[in-house]
Design a protein around this ligand. Sequence first.
Ligand code: ZN
Length: 331
Amino acid sequence: MKISQILLGAALTEWGTSLTMVITTIDGFFIARGQLQKTIAMGPADIIDEITQFLSEHSEHPIYGKLKLAGTALTLEASIDSTCANTLEYFDVAAWKDYPIQSELSDLLGGVPTAIDTLVNGLLAEELAAESAKGAVPQCAALIDADQSIMLSLAYRGEILHAPQFGALGHMQVATEGAVCSCGGRGHLLTIASTGAMRQTIVRRMEQYPETTQRVDEITAGNAIAITPQQIWQLTQENDTVALNLLNDLTQALAYAVSFIIETYDTDRIFITGEYAKFGQDWLWLLNHRVAEFCQPKRAEHLNQIIKLGSVHADKYVRGALALAAANIAN
Ligand SMILES: [Zn+2]
């Protein structure tokens, strides 16, 4: 096998604490992985430094010889301008404000094609690449990534749509009353369906239910607030009333958002990624059932073809960055 050209994908997933970098061949063969964890907030110049240093450490391969970078992509949850060249802001750290990250990174890497985008757009690029490998590109595709945050990405005829601040689906109002959101609003999707809200809600509601409290204590070794979505799913499989009601509420809230997107953008494919996608087809059935209640009957018949669970779980964000890098050099 002759390999000369490689791709570099990097994803900054938690502010200042987690940068994951992966190098693969253009055909997708794994070369190297690097991870940087810091408690301090890093500026864009330091992030670029880490990426270029990681690349230089892996420019020679013991079997394949000298490797040449063909393209790269960095994904992060910053607000990015519509041309994907500058970060407009990233939390309130001044160094990221109006930073020309695309040209700076590209220059330091010798002018290779460089894509900068959000984490969720990388995930959609990855799912679209998988669809296109099967010979089907949806006319209008959407992706919802639901974890600690809930983000939306949209693509029309395979082109991902860009706009600053676009995609913060978690702040969609899904209830007229309810808990106060981090943004100050009330009844937002985040306050019901984020993984953080899920944990807080079960801890609050289980107080009235000794059996649930006992099971939660068992499976979390006494640290209830650290309960994972997988553990809550496990409780629903044991028919625990509190867990079933909680799953019902968050699925209902997500279904409202999903149906709104399907109806508004006329999407023929919507991918759901994140912790809940790991629940598998049984949960998808429940979600579809709820979405059908909000959709036009004509569309409700086809939800099985429209709503899909994400196919990538491990290292999903950096794999999304690699998909963006590949798509960027193909264009
Ligand atoms: Zn909000």
